[in-house]
Design a protein around this ligand. Sequence first.
Ligand code: SUD
Ligand code: ADP
Length: 277
Amino acid sequence: MPDDAVVEHAPAKLNLALHVVGRRADGYHLLDSLVAFASVGDLVALRPGPLSLRIDGPFAEGLDDGPDNLCLRAARLAGADVSIALTKNLPVASGIGGGSADAAAVLRGLARMGHPLPDAPERLGADVPVCMGSVPARMQGVGETVTPLPALPRVPLVLVNPGVAVATPRVFAALGCRDNAPMPAIPAFRDGTGLIRFLAGTRNDLQAPAQDIAPAIGQAVAALRATGAGFARMSGSGATCFGLYDSHVQAARAARRLARHGWWAVASELAPPGARG
Ligand SMILES: C[C@@](CO)(OP(=O)(O)O)[C@H](O)COP(=O)(O)OP(=O)(O)OC[C@H]1O[C@@H](n2ccc(N)nc2=O)[C@H](O)[C@@H]1O
Ligand SMILES: Nc1ncnc2c1ncn2[C@@H]1O[C@H](COP(=O)(O)OP(=O)(O)O)[C@@H](O)[C@H]1O
């Protein structure tokens, strides 16, 4: 029987740099972030039918498939009745935007099925606008200002999650200073070395407060460096960390070593534009 599913890849979002540069009156923080996407991600498949959600995949357990799931919230925002199958490959609530990526993938898929994109997708989450395009971008404001950047080099990387949950609001609340300097101007990068040189002059302002809450994050970053990463940092509000490597062989070997700690560790690469898994 032919399958009429519309399939969308929901790539992991990486905050390669994340500067917190202020705070709005409503408590949301103003950000300045270099966002990229990895080739690893979740998968959503949409089929015509009454609104429903089925979840499988390595991180399906523990993720609620009820009405608050971001896939269903996205479909409701678009006013669409659709049957959604989500393959959850990314750890939940871990700083790589899995929920936002899923919501954006549902909206993209619905657009392919003829449903107009809803206004203000940021109502679903601060990371949804950048996940809509899933291309490298400078993200500012509270996430609603997205400026696409030229393609990044396809740098081999490893994502590692030390298995600790850190709640995003708690990390923001633990920030020492909320008025930090913005990122420097972002040049075009010819290779991974140029990208790493730039990142060395940037920060993730959420890493120190997240590490105070969950010291395993510091251990994960140190372990990435010990496996030869030329650069390692936490993404978003954590706890997932990334390391950038010279080669895919080195990244694959590092992921195998890091997994021996009992951590989720996958080798991937910075996704080329248009990559859809
Ligand atoms: C920190 C970031 C950086 O990309 O990534 P993650 O760690 O979530 O991946 C995002 O801004 C998170 O985006 P998202 O996870 O969609 O956040 P939301 O659900 O909108 O907000 C969760 C909570 O985080 C805090 N929050 C979020 C975004 C922001 N700019 N300022 C904030 O203070 C608020 O307390 C808010 O109630
Ligand atoms: N489809 C989904 N995938 C992941 N998380 C979801 C989803 N729907 C709702 N959530 C909820 O959204 C929150 C943020 O999840 P996620 O986007 O994975 O994390 P983060 O914003 O830290 O990268 C979690 O508390 C989770 O329970």
